[in-house]
Design a protein around this ligand. Structure first.
Ligand SMILES: NC(=O)c1ccc[n+]([C@@H]2O[C@H](COP(=O)([O-])OP(=O)(O)OC[C@H]3O[C@@H](n4cnc5c(N)ncnc54)[C@H](OP(=O)(O)O)[C@@H]3O)[C@@H](O)[C@H]2O)c1
Length: 269
């Protein structure tokens, strides 16, 4: 990867995307210009980040250099977007890749008229290299540019191309999903606690059970219905548990949760 890259907002997710590229020597830290907002973050990155990148504070002398880079990764929080003002420099073939949750291509194109824009949705497991990334390509993105952008994300996540109208539901399933799973882990652990298990042990058992169940589904291609039937015997313990969940409409609550997150994401467009 030879182009110079600007990272506007070098926070948690940007680090998760960029660091593996340095680790694998696919990017040279000297070719990457990163922008943060506060002096505290600037100093923290200078002191603690393991690579010697070009780190700059927004609105400081010389920080406009980021607009010279052909490719920009935009990774501030959505509410911070209003503070990012495009500097008209090179008008041709500039590429801006946004990972801002819920910010539409239309909004990006209006805000960055001198850039071709790409909208990306990724999720928190990207911080351990196990992310899921959905990409909606704006107009006129060339094959080479698409390949370049995919290489930015493929070291930390699995990539899926999506039309933009499916990105909200992708975001809901993949980005709200981890919080839903965390809540389920917490609740099942509390069930173990109620039955007399120590909290830490109970949580460990739940996490290992979920990992094992997911591996079983992935490795054997069992359908979820087949797996459920395998562990549900007539008049047994599991059907007794499932009956409680059906009575309390857990299935419907989870479906509505995913639809609700997607609708909320659409409100941010
Ligand atoms: N967190 C998640 O689960 C997740 C998952 C997928 C995608 N996302 C998306 O990823 C984006 C970044 O999230 P994050 O969790 O990485 O946030 P974060 O850690 O707070 O990082 C935001 C970065 O933007 C910088 N910044 C703020 N205002 C700026 C400005 N005016 N100019 C330049 N830099 C500025 C911040 O600098 P300071 O530190 O100096 O303030 C910080 O480095 C969000 O848009 C979010 O929607 C998040």
């Amino acid at each position: 990867m030879t182009s110079k890259i600007a990272v506007i907002g070098f926070g948690n997710i940007a680090k998760a995307i960029i660091t593996p590229l340095f680790d694998k020597k696919l990017l040279n830290p000297k070719d990457v210009y990163c922008l943060v907002n506060t002096k505290k973050s600037l100093e923290n990155i200078r002191k603690n980040y393991k690579y010697d990148i070009n780190i700059l504070q927004a609105n400081s002398k010389g920080s406009e250099i980021i607009w010279d880079c052909k490719v920009k990764l935009l990774s501030v929080k959505p509410q911070q977007l209003k503070n990012i003002i495009e500097l008209e420099k090179n008008k041709n073939n500039n590429l801006l890749v946004s990972i801002l949750a819920g910010v539409s291509l239309e909004k990006l194109i209006k805000k960055f008229p001198n850039h071709k824009c790409v909208r990306v949705v990724t999720n928190i497991p990207i911080t351990i290299g196990k992310g899921l990334t959905g990409i909606s390509w704006g107009d006129e993105i060339t094959k080479d540019q698409k390949q370049f952008i995919k290489r930015l994300f493929e070291n930390s996540s699995k990539i899926y191309d999506f039309p933009e109208d499916l990105l909200d539901i992708f975001l809901s399933v993949t980005s709200s999903g981890p919080a839903i799973i965390a809540l389920i882990i917490e609740a099942l652990s509390d069930g173990g606690l109620s039955g007399g298990l120590q909290k830490k042990l109970s949580e460990e058992l739940v996490v290992e059970m979920i990992l094992g169940t997911v591996s079983l589904i992935k490795e054997t291609n069992l359908t979820t219905a087949e797996l459920k039937n395998m562990v549900t015997s007539p008049g047994g313990t599991t059907i007794s548990a499932l009956r409680v969940l059906e009575n309390r409409s857990l299935r419907s609550a989870l479906i509505e949760a995913i639809v609700s997150a997607s609708n909320r994401s659409k409100e941010f467009h």
